[in-house]
Design a protein around this ligand. Structure first.
Ligand code: IMP
Length: 435
């Protein structure tokens, strides 16, 4: 049985939640490895819709283990609220969910510090989700963070809490901001939340490695997307964690030698939320059409997403960084009505073609996308479940994407439901998920 990483090939919101949920049936464990409640996975099962932020979507499959790995930053209040929503829907969270004792704890002051940082005059605003994710990771890397295991230590936690709070209040005061929180109430709240999650906390590194050694299979679920990765994304317009495939190892403690494949998830077009370069952004009516037709509004923040055309050079780059074995293309049906569909096949700068992804925002903003226009299929692909049933022009579009990215398209999603998915016969993807 394979251990597989599934992650976003663009700027997040590619529809990973549905794909992970669908194929989690084939795995014993689904593990998240980075990010926090900035992520938002929407999974639709019949007439029920679940928005998962911290908990891996494997939780929706009875009997499957869902793991929050050490690479995450966990807001305990957000986690408990998510647990309660799932429990109210009849899901046995207590027996399915395990939370790493090494994950970082996110506190209310992380949101305050993010506000200071985003609002500061002269600073480039990243357009974050305002969840405090970046400042929490700063504390982790600054070696002053509090981990879940520390939160559970009843006797030492209050002193650690007070020390960190004191430091953050000093910073807030320096920026003329009054600390918003009632610290005694926050301490008591965190002590309560600790007890609520305690039965689910364990050494998930050991749990995952023991399970793999016993022949169990793990799916690693990436959050955000490759272009939001702290190292490989459009820095500084990125999130503060390792969203790429490499993050799966550091964020779970499972070695690379135990992971067998990576699968990218990409929309049939591109979206991004927040600020930062986006070479193929469509600022015209076509972009508006995609936004409305694809319901491109953030599942966590509700912000309208920026929309644009499929970008093959960007995908070649993300395929290189992650080593994609296969690609799943989602939301193909959103393009159904278009009579012409531009696809970016190369970038130009002046007269020369750019083959590398530029390291700076300035250089990236100067890229001119070179488009080829494909004829639209102008018929509904919504809900189609077999490759052969797709209109010929939709298949041509997918073949064109494949040719220009160098990655096989093994899966295609044609709607939000589990059964509105095509697994391409004979693909590597089929081998991985339908052995
Ligand atoms: P942060 O993760 O809240 O720090 O936000 C940093 C950047 O990542 C912003 O541009 C966000 O819009 C973006 N971002 C964070 N999480 C997601 C996500 O789940 N989907 C898409 N964009 C995200």
């Amino acid at each position: 049985m394979h251990n597989v990483i599934i992650l976003g090939a663009q700027w997040g919101d590619e529809g990973k939640g549905k794909i992970v949920d669908l194929f989690s049936e084939r795995f014993d464990i689904v593990a998240r490895y980075q990010g926090g409640h900035n992520a938002g996975h929407t999974v639709k099962i019949g007439d029920r819709k679940f928005v998962l932020k911290l908990i891996p979507s494997g939780i929706l499959r009875p009997g499957k283990r869902a793991v929050i790995g050490n690479g995450l930053v966990v807001d305990p209040a957000a986690l408990v609220s998510e647990i309660e929503t799932l429990e109210a829907a009849g899901i046995d969270v207590a027996s399915q969910l395990r939370i790493s004792n090494r994950a970082q704890v996110l506190f209310p002051w992380h949101r305050l510090l993010e506000k200071i940082s985003e609002d500061r005059p002269g600073r480039v605003s990243i357009g974050t989700t305002s969840r405090g994710i970046g400042p929490c990771y700063e504390d982790k890397i600054g070696r002053r963070g509090v981990r879940i295991a520390d939160l559970l230590e009843r006797d030492t936690f209050p002193a650690r809490f007070a020390a960190l709070l004191d430091e953050k209040e000093t910073i807030a005061r320096a920026f003329g901001l009054a600390p918003e929180e009632d610290s005694a109430a926050t301490l008591a709240q965190y002590a309560d939340l600790a007890e609520r999650i305690r039965p689910m906390v364990c050494d998930t590194v050991r749990l995952l490695n023991d399970a793999i050694r016993a022949g169990k299979s793990v799916m690693f679920e990436g959050a955000q997307g490759t272009m939001l990765d702290i190292d490989h994304g459009t820095y500084p317009f990125v999130t503060s964690s390792s969203a790429t495939a490499g993050g799966a190892c550091t964020g779970t403690g499972v070695p690379p030698t135990s992971i067998h494949a990576t699968v990218g998830v990409s929309k049939a077009y591109v979206t991004r939320v927040g600020a930062g370069p986006f070479p193929t952004e469509a600022l015209d009516q076509a972009g508006d059409h995609i936004r409305v037709r694809g319901n491109e509004f953030g599942s966590v923040t509700g912000r309208p997403r920026r929309c644009g055309w499929f970008d093959a050079p960007l995908l070649r780059y993300t395929a290189m960084v992650n080593g994609f074995d296969s690609l799943v293309v989602t939301k193909l049906d959103v393009l159904d009505e278009l009579d012409r569909i531009p696809v970016c096949v190369a970038y130009r700068r002046g007269k020369s073609e750019v083959t590398e992804m530029p390291p700076t925002i300035r250089e990236m903003e100067h890229l001119e996308p070179v488009y080829e226009c494909l004829p639209g299929w102008q018929t509904s692909t919504f809900g189609i479940g077999r490759y052969a049933d797709l209109p010929a022009r939709a298949r041509d579009y997918l073949n064109f994407m494949e040719k220009h990215t160098g990655v096989e398209i093994g899966g295609i999603s044609t709607g939000p439901e589990r059964n509105q998915t095509i697994v391409r016969p004979g693909s590597r993807f089929q081998q991985l998920f339908q052995p």
